[in-house]
Unconditional design. Structure first.
Lengths: 199, 557
């Protein structure tokens, strides 16, 4: 019996299919990012009400209704964009993908305005008290993930407009949307912790 | 493409051979080269950190010794611990997984070769950054040198007021960098092992080494990012005046301990599981029997991974937790002993009735079994909260974790290096030097660390730079320091063996140990593409099937 025969036995599973490496890697990335956020969330929860001086969350925080609506609905638009891509509907993809970018950008701008108001009005800085420390680090960590997501979305949009995106790239489109859903899901947690429990 | 190659070749051809090789190392994305670079860099850092430890033992050999100042001593144990964990343990396991996982599953490379190179260089520059602190940490203020806050850097030692200059910043940044490297390499290992298996390599036919690589990588994903989070908080505290660990502003020093040990305890399992992985490959081959209880071995590793995520506060029994907290963490600590015990019994059962071959890899495995058992027993002792209250931060703890990391981890890794060196280099390591290495290192290890248990019982605290006469610690410390000489001699045998055998070793051939996993089915060293044709397998011992067509494993599996 030659070596090749023994290593390639006659009875072969023909349907040898494995999960795609990209899917596995993005799932792993999301697992590790979840652990990262968990630590910041725990720090926030642990320090609720432990600030030795003001400004306190109940005095200065306003519920970011519009920003939340924007970010959560961007999860919907990216699903629509994905579907349009699968059906090779270029116009639909362009529309919904651009819509997602706009919604994400509006969220980011509203966060920036909120920070500007907090910094200039009640002078809440990262070193003001424990509330400032945990607020800016948790919301900032999330916002930095939004920036990464927006960069990916914009890059894809540019490549699409340059006609570099082919149907074969469907999986990458899907993975970017998974990351975006993750960023949205984290916002649900951050929102609950900061604006509901933390007040 | 062809035109570009023609244009490049003459220009590179004019460079000296060394430069071409260096250039090749810098640009390579080959999993085998990167794996060896990880291990090589890890061994260099190992020699450095071992030298730091030798200086500490020199200082502690006699009471009231003045070989180094207290400040230097603080830097020594900080750099020794940090280097051994992050720049020796992590790269060596990453290197072994990188080198072996694709070969064992019949793949041509890792799932993301360029990400792999990125991970290596992040680790490498993280390591260089840590050592740059000796020169650069004083900065313009002239305060500080290498980090001196201990490898777990308890707050408030790391606060600006107590750690002036930039020593702590170098520590934080280098750990952040190498942490990112570890995370991307873990993602890569999991993606490779799940998605690149050759035909027929089902999950329950994976070599145990690959299974345990998946488990360890999964733990890296869950443990390293909490460490990164804590490091980011520390950076915010130090540079932007945040209050996370500032007790003056209501911050909590204990929270840092929690965050650090949420990483720190899984970390020791991250290190030891690859050593388990080496044993699980080597013990069967040198006992001439298949591994005993394959599915139980997999289940035990997964159990260890899950339980170890819930035991961290057993490092913190003395901070005054509630008794519920103490009971929870003591119980979970005892639970870890169960799957670990299962593993030890399974290796013994594999050896039982086998035709043992006492080659250097097997010697190190047997040393591992003895020493890791004792390490586990002292671990269970320390898991008893009242016992820990007595011996916390004593030399008993030092002895315990050096038993796990030297007697356990390092012996497992040495076994792995002796076993796979012929595959990576194409030449055998010298057997006699290997046996010298084993005995010198084992004797030195026991001389150094056995007496530390007793010094700990007698109340010697860890991290003291000297001690007074008449406390009964002198003899234990002297024996401990003498043991270093034997350890150094053993390591010298090892280094000489590695270097000499590279040129002069006996040619190894494809399969010098008569083994059963796929990495032995290709040439030694393997070509860049690993396998001419991708193999297909029908059992967990494909090379057994190849060598024994009359009685293949797949008939029984």
């Amino acid at each position: 019996m030659t070596k090749a025969d023994a290593l390639n036995p006659p009875v072969e599973p023909d349907d040898w299919r494995l999960p795609s490496r990209g899917v596995v890697a993005v799932v792993c990335l999301i697992v590790t990012e979840t652990a990262l956020f968990a630590i910041f969330v725990v720090a926030y929860l642990y320090y609720i009400g432990k600030s030795l001086g003001g400004p306190y969350p109940s005095e200065v925080l306003e519920t970011p209704v519009i920003a939340t609506i924007c970010l959560l609905s961007s999860s919907l638009t990216i699903i629509l964009a994905e579907r349009a891509f699968e059906r090779a509907n270029a116009g639909g993809f362009r529309l919904w993908w651009a819509g997602t970018i706009v919604l994400g950008a509006v969220f980011l701008a509203l966060t920036a305005m909120e920070w500007f108001r907090l910094l200039t009005g009640p002078r809440l800085t990262i070193s003001a008290n424990l509330f400032g420390t945990t607020f800016y680090s948790l919301v900032g960590l999330h916002a930095s993930h939004v920036i990464v997501g927006l960069t990916l979305l914009t890059l894809t949009m540019i490549l699409f407009l340059l006609r570099r995106v082919r149907p074969a790239h469907g999986e990458r489109i899907k993975l970017i949307s998974w990351y975006w859903h993750f960023v949205d899901a984290v916002w649900v947690v951050v929102f609950t912790v900061v604006y509901v429990i933390g007040r | 493409m062809a035109a570009r190659e023609i244009a490049l070749t003459p220009r590179i051809g004019r460079l000296p051979a060394v430069a071409i090789r260096l250039h090749d190392l810098v640009v390579t994305t080959d999993h085998k080269k990167l794996g060896l670079m990880y291990i090589g860099a890890g061994l260099v850092f190992f020699v450095i950190a071992g030298s730091l430890a030798s200086v500490m033992r020199l200082q502690l050999a006699a009471p009231n010794n003045g070989a180094v100042s207290p400040q230097v001593f603080n830097r020594l144990f900080t750099m020794h611990g940090t280097t051994m964990v992050f720049l020796v343990g992590m790269p060596i396991i990453a290197g072994m997984m990188n080198y072996l996982v694709p070969l064992m599953i019949g793949a041509r490379d890792m799932a993301f070769p360029r990400l792999n190179a990125f991970g290596f260089w992040m680790f490498f520059f993280g390591g260089l950054l840590l050592y740059l602190s000796y020169l650069a940490a004083p900065g313009i203020t002239g305060a500080g040198s290498a980090p001196d806050v201990g490898w777990f850097a308890y707050s408030p030692l790391t606060a600006r007021a107590f750690s002036r200059g930039h020593s702590t910043d170098y520590w934080t940044l280098s750990l952040l960098l190498s942490g990112v490297g570890s995370i991307v390499s873990a993602i890569n290992v999991i993606a490779t092992a799940v998605s690149l298996r050759c035909k027929g390599m089902t999950m329950m036919r994976l070599p145990l080494f690959v299974w345990l690589s998946i488990v360890t990588s999964f733990m890296i994903l869950l443990a390293l990012s909490p460490l990164s989070a804590a490091q980011v908080m520390l950076l915010l505290d130090r540079f932007l005046g945040a209050r996370f660990f500032d007790t003056q502003a209501g911050g909590s020093a204990v929270l840092w301990q929690h965050f650090f040990w949420i990483f720190g305890h899984p970390e020791v399992y991250i290190l030891i599981i690859p050593a388990f992985a080496c044993l699980s490959e080597i013990v069967p081959v040198f006992s001439r029997k298949p591994i005993f209880g394959y599915p139980i071995m997999v289940a035990a590793a997964v159990m260890i991974a899950f339980i170890s995520l819930g035991v961290w506060a057993h490092h913190m029994f003395t901070i005054g937790m509630t008794s519920m907290g103490n009971i929870f963490f003591a119980t979970s600590t005892f639970l870890v002993a169960v799957p670990t015990g299962i593993k030890i019994f399974n290796w013994l059962a594999t050896m039982y009735g086998g035709k043992l071959r006492f080659e250097p890899p097997m010697l190190f495995c047997i040393g591992f079994l003895f020493q890791f058992l004792i390490a586990g027993l002292t671990g269970v002792m320390l898991g008893v909260a009242p016992f820990d209250w007595q011996l916390h931060d004593s030399y008993f703890v030092v002895a315990h974790f050096h038993y796990t990391l030297v007697g356990g981890f390092l012996f497992g890794i040495f076994a792995g290096i002796y076993y796979w060196y012929p595959k990576a280099v194409g030449r055998m390591l010298d057997r006699r030097l290997g046996i010298w290495h084993f005995w010198l290192f084992a004797i030195g290890f026991h001389l150094t660390f056995d007496p530390q248990h007793f010094a700990g019982f007698l109340g010697m605290p860890r991290r003291i730079y000297t001690y007074e006469e008449g406390r009964g610690w002198e003899v234990y410390n002297m024996i401990s320091s003498v043991g270093v000489i034997a350890q150094v001699a053993g390591i010298m045998c090892f280094v000489v063996n590695l270097v000499r055998s590279y040129w002069k070793g006996e040619p190894a051939g494809e399969d010098p140990w008569d083994a059963w996993t796929l990495e032995w089915a290709t040439t030694s060293p393997p070509p860049e593409y690993n396998f001419e044709t991708l193999p297909a397998v029908r059992s967990s011992r494909p090379l057994w099937d190849l060598k024994h067509p009359e009685d293949p494993d797949w008939k029984y599996e």
